[in-house]
Design a protein. Structure first.
Length: 153
């Protein structure tokens, strides 16, 4: 069984040592063994757990969601059903976001065509921006954060 110092395992996985320490502080990893000098030592099981966490993040799961999944896994259960439900939720959110972005693009495109066709007054630097400033176009409200930027994620 191979042992790795934090820098070695970070390099192997393409993350920073700070990221690994952060995951450890959140309870996504168990407490690593320590050398007599106090250095963290990780084994193959730790590497597998980190790969799981990184894979779950790549699927769009937040760190809080991953922590719950890791808890289920740590209790000896398979978390596949839970992961599948979470991914279904992510897909619904993505579909909603795609619709919002498509609507925004269409509205922005129509507004730009209108301004391009009518031109701008000579006393304004840009008719596109002036139209918004004058209330001729109101951008939609800012969307809620995407699943990639949830709290804890």
């Amino acid at each position: 069984m191979a042992d790795f110092f934090i820098g070695e395992i970070a390099t192997r996985l393409g993350v920073s040592a700070k990221t690994i320490r952060h995951y450890e502080s959140l309870g996504l990893l168990g407490t690593p063994r320590r050398t007599d000098a106090g250095y963290r030592v990780y084994g193959e099981d730790d590497e597998a757990r980190l790969r799981f966490v990184l894979g779950a993040k790549a699927l769009g799961l937040s760190l809080a969601e991953i922590k719950d999944i890791v808890g289920v896994w740590g209790a000896g259960e398979r978390p596949c059903g839970q992961v599948s439900r979470l991914l279904d939720e992510k897909l619904v959110g993505l579909d909603r976001r795609i619709q919002e972005l498509t609507r925004f693009r269409d509205e922005l495109q129509a507004y730009k065509r209108q301004v391009d066709a009518t031109g701008a007054a000579a006393d304004v630097p840009c008719g596109h921006v002036d139209g918004v400033a004058q209330g001729r176009w109101v951008p939609p409200p800012a969307p809620e954060p995407t699943f990639f930027h949830q709290a804890g994620g």
